[in-house]
Design a protein around this ligand. Structure first.
Ligand SMILES: *Cc1c(COP(=O)(O)O)cnc(C)c1O
Length: 425
């Protein structure tokens, strides 16, 4: 059977498929570069696994206190080597990315200390963690203050204002690598390195923490290679490779990671406890697959920017721009298009493909939001998923794709749904 017939079986017409083939061919050089980065990252992971003697015994499960859990300790040693850090904390007990970031901050800050974000507003969920929006249990309640320096309108760092904001109480600098769901650019690892050097020159003992969510393995190096003291992320995003069912990681300087362990479990107990409950194999194998999975997601993002950009829809980033994370935003300009797009992503999913997503009033959002996620793990955004707030400028944000074929299929399906509804220009 011809390739296009397989796509037709899924509901993608030959005309839409042809557009996809042309887009894919035009991106061949780009894709080759992505594969080359993935190859380097994969070899980095493989070397770390060999060096730390990963063995079948590592996949045994521990229960109860979890003392002497070889697999958990080996996984942490592997993470430390992949990120070139002194230490790592990689646990199922870290429930998500927000928790990992909250943990890293609360563990290393004391009353009277100040946090500085030199890159504008942090990720939404950190507003309650820090206490930018008043919230029970926030760092603000513990007498920890917060300062923020806006980026210039072109997305570059306002060095004079950053220098002026650093004071004797500044203890931790929070640098978010990915744009998240904002319209500013995502920072390259090199840019983050420059920023950290500037801050360290001004105040050498400040802790530079990078929110690395969505950035892992997109580049050959990580923020920990360019001076970050703590690098933090979620395992249901890039480094879990789609196999991690839960978890977060913190890698960095031993003294700071150790504080995180004491905060996560308890002073005195630290990293010695924390049963792995059978997830070590998934976390290890997920890390092993992660560079390839991230490459698929990056290809999907560029492919979508190419297709939708050619239709005339504004894309951030555009198809020909460098990538430093896996998020793609497409401004579709109408609620109907946002809904059709998300229906396409859902219809192309391996799980819940028969379900039709609808906009709803999600807690924490000020407008209705439509979400498409036919994922194996709930909310795993390394799997192809999309969400669109039903408000101007009617943009969809999407990311992920465990395989390139699936990323491609989901995006072609979104184009098909727009076409079916007569919503393509
Ligand atoms: C996803 C994300 C977070 C929070 O992670 P959760 O796992 O959703 O709690 C924080 N920062 C950035 C940039 C993210 O993309």
């Amino acid at each position: 059977m011809e390739l296009h017939s397989y796509y037709e079986t899924l509901g993608i017409e030959e005309e839409v498929w042809s557009l996809g083939q042309a887009a894919e061919q035009s991106l061949a050089e780009r894709f080759a570069k992505i594969d080359a980065t993935a190859e380097k990252c994969h070899l980095k992971v493989l070397a770390a696994m060999q060096k730390n003697r990963v063995s079948a015994e590592c996949f045994e499960s521990s229960t109860g206190y979890g003392y002497n859990d070889l697999g958990r300790d080996t996984l942490e040693a592997v993470y430390a080597d992949v990120f070139h850090t002194e230490s790592a904390l990689v646990r199922a007990q870290i429930t998500c990315g927000t928790h990992a970031l909250a943990l890293a901050m609360s563990a290393n800050l004391r009353p009277g200390d100040e946090i500085l974000s030199p890159v504008g507003k942090p990720y939404d969920t950190l507003e309650t963690v820090i206490g930018i929006r008043p919230s029970a249990g926030s760092l603000a309640e513990y007498g920890i203050t917060y300062r923020q320096v806006e980026l210039f309108t072109d997305g570059t760092f306002d060095y004079p204002a950053i220098a002026a904001a650093i004071n004797e109480r500044t203890k931790l600098v929070e640098i978010q690598r990915s744009k998240g769901y904002l319209t500013r650019p995502t920072f390259s690892v090199a840019q983050i390195g420059e920023l950290i050097s500037f801050i360290k020159a001004k105040k050498p003992d400040v802790i530079c923490m990078v929110d690395n969510c969505y950035g892992e393995f997109v580049e050959e190096t990580e923020p920990s290679d360019v001076g970050a003291d703590l690098t933090v992320g979620s395992l249901i995003k890039n480094p879990g490779g789609g196999l991690a069912p839960i978890g977060g990681y913190i890698v960095g300087k031993e003294e700071y990671v150790e504080q995180c362990a004491y905060r996560l479990t308890s002073p005195g107990l630290g990293r010695e406890v924390g049963a792995s409950l059978g997830v070590t194999r998934n976390l290890m194998q997920g890390l092993f697959l992660a560079p390839g999975v991230v490459a698929s997601a990056v290809k999907g993002a560029i492919f979508a920017a190419k297709l939708y950009g050619d239709f005339g829809f504004p894309c951030i980033p555009e198809a020909n721009e460098e990538r430093h994370d896996i998020i793609q935003a497409v401004t579709l300009g109408s609620p109907e298009r946002v809904i059709a797009f998300c229906k396409g992503i859902q219809a192309g999913s391996p799980v819940d493909s028969y379900v039709t997503p609808e906009p709803w009033a999600m807690p924490g959002y000020h407008s209705d939001v439509i979400m498409a996620a036919g994922t194996f793990y709930q909310g795993a955004s390394i799997e192809l998923s999309a969400d669109g707030p039903i408000e101007p400028p009617y943009a969809v944000y999407f990311q992920g794709g465990l395989t390139w074929t699936h990323a491609k299929t989901g995006i072609l399906m979104s184009v098909q749904k727009l076409k079916d509804a007569g919503l393509l220009p």
